[in-house]
Design a protein around this ligand. Structure first.
Ligand code: AP5
Length: 189
């Protein structure tokens, strides 16, 4: 049976890093997943339409535009068959408040089996963001990052109610990437 798994976590928590390590392990065992980045699907449409120049600008777009980009991404991703691993956000912090990353119109298209929340200490996320010069990360303190992680747990419960999926929390602390990747690989097997 194929699986649809959604990976979420606040920006800078290291979800993409953990996914890449977990997929390497699974490949050695012959377990294949197609990794999909939800933001990339949205970004390609946004760039083609000339709405944004970099992916971090998407968070600041008007809500109806973000909704349209989400819908187009969800419809395209729903057509992909086999085991899929979708790297996205449980919620997106916008200048006007939290935007649901997986609203009903996205969930009904994708109908995930599992949603994984990657988390770690707020201070570690802050340090990872500060040391990443490749991105325009939001400037926020530990307290604000903690609030976002808490909000993601709450909204994930609502997603489980709509889809019947399970919610798995994986911690990705400094120096323990290998442990987090093993835990993710166990969930994906
Ligand atoms: P997206 O591309 O997902 O952006 P992001 O959240 O910034 O994701 P990243 O992949 O950059 O962060 P990450 O936490 O995975 O970090 P990384 O592995 O690089 O989305 C882009 C945009 O698309 C969003 O802003 C939004 O606008 C839009 N979008 C996406 N989905 C959407 C949706 N559903 N609805 C609406 N909009 C949506 O790691 C970070 C750093 O940590 C690295 O330097 C890494 O080396 C380090 N690190 C990782 N693990 C460890 C460890 N264990 N120890 C020490 N360092 C570590």
């Amino acid at each position: 049976m194929t699986k649809k798994v959604i990976i979420t976590g606040v920006p800078g928590v290291g979800k993409t890093t953990v996914v890449n390590e977990a997929l390497k392990k699974l490949k050695e065992e012959g377990v294949e997943y197609q990794p999909i980045n939800f933001g990339t699907f949205m970004f390609e449409v946004a760039v083609t339409e000339g709405i944004v120049r970099d992916r971090d600008q998407m968070r600041t777009l008007d809500r109806p535009i973000q909704k349209r980009l989400q819908q187009l991404a969800a419809q395209a991703i729903a057509k992909i068959s086999g085991n899929v691993l979708i790297d996205t956000h449980a919620s997106v912090k916008t200048p006007r408040g939290y935007l649901a990353g997986l609203p009903e119109w996205v969930l009904r298209e994708i109908m995930p089996d599992i949603i994984i929340l990657v988390e770690t200490d707020d201070d570690q996320i802050l340090m990872r963001r500060l040391s990443d010069e490749t991105r325009m990360r939001d400037k926020e303190g530990s307290r604000s990052i903690a609030e976002h992680q808490q909000f993601n747990r709450s909204i994930a419960a609502a997603y489980a109610m709509v889809t019947g999926c399970t919610i798995k929390i994986i911690v990705n602390p400094d120096h323990l990437l290998e442990h987090a990747a093993s835990e993710m690989a166990d969930v994906l097997r």
